[in-house]
Design a protein around this ligand. Structure first.
Ligand SMILES: N[C@@H](CCC(=O)N[C@@H](CS)C(=O)NCC(=O)O)C(=O)O
Length: 209
């Protein structure tokens, strides 16, 4: 199985973290998502990563579909519970984490997208996205409720999705410190990020300066 991805992508990190927990081998194909002809364009008309090319030649996207696909493969612990209620709870947490990232990615693009001039970049639009990020953080902390795992008493996709998202906020948007507003979530993340299999999926360090 080949995973078209970029190493900083938090959506790809969630997928890589799921594969690591399940002991599945993924061949990583790193691409620049903003280049045409990067291979992803032929597999996913949305031209986004992650995109999984399965051994039978089928392409799967987006990250939520890919994690379902991987979790259904034989071997490793189930990360999406079979119980309907627990499954829905896991997916709601994943939706919160992914939605927080969608808003964060919009902030980043508003700041950096080369097709926009300085005058076209809107602070009000960024503020609108920050309200979503901050709202999602508060909701995640409330749903965690001081427990070790987001759903039930064992690791699930929900934990991996949230940790991947928080790691990306630190990596790409360090000027918006999130810890003071959600100290209990920050404490959970500090512990979770030390898990060796998750830590091994961290994005490469940014160049100094
Ligand atoms: N909903 C998608 C989001 C994926 C996404 O936004 N990926 C970014 C990289 S982090 C991307 O490929 N951006 C390229 C683009 O927007 O054209 C998922 O869960 O996989």
């Amino acid at each position: 199985m080949k995973l078209f991805c970029s190493l900083p992508s938090p959506f790809a990190r969630k997928v890589r973290a799921v594969a690591a927990e399940k002991g599945l081998d993924l061949e990583l194909v790193e691409v620049d998502v903003f280049q045409t002809d990067n291979g992803v364009d032929r597999l996913n008309p949305l031209r986004k990563v992650p995109c999984l090319l399965a051994d039978d030649g089928e392409a799967w996207f987006d990250s939520r579909v890919i994690v379902e696909y991987l979790d259904g493969l034989p071997g490793g612990p189930r990360l999406i519970p079979e119980d309907r209620d627990a499954c829905l709870q896991v997916k709601r947490i994943e939706a919160l984490a992914d939605g927080m990232l969608d808003a964060g990615v919009l902030v980043r693009m508003e700041r950096l997208w080369p097709g926009r001039s300085a005058e076209q970049r809107s602070a009000a639009w960024q503020d609108w996205q920050w309200t979503k990020v901050d709202g999602a953080l508060a909701e995640l902390q409330a749903r965690l409720g001081g427990r070790a795992y987001f759903v039930g008493d064992r690791l699930s996709l929900a934990d991996l999705a949230v940790a991947s998202a928080l790691g990306w906020l630190d990596y790409r948007l360090p000027d918006h410190p999130w810890r003071p507003q959600v100290p209990a979530l920050a404490a959970w993340y500090a512990d979770f990020a030390r898990r060796p299999r998750f830590a091994a999926t961290a994005p490469p360090p940014l160049p100094a300066g």
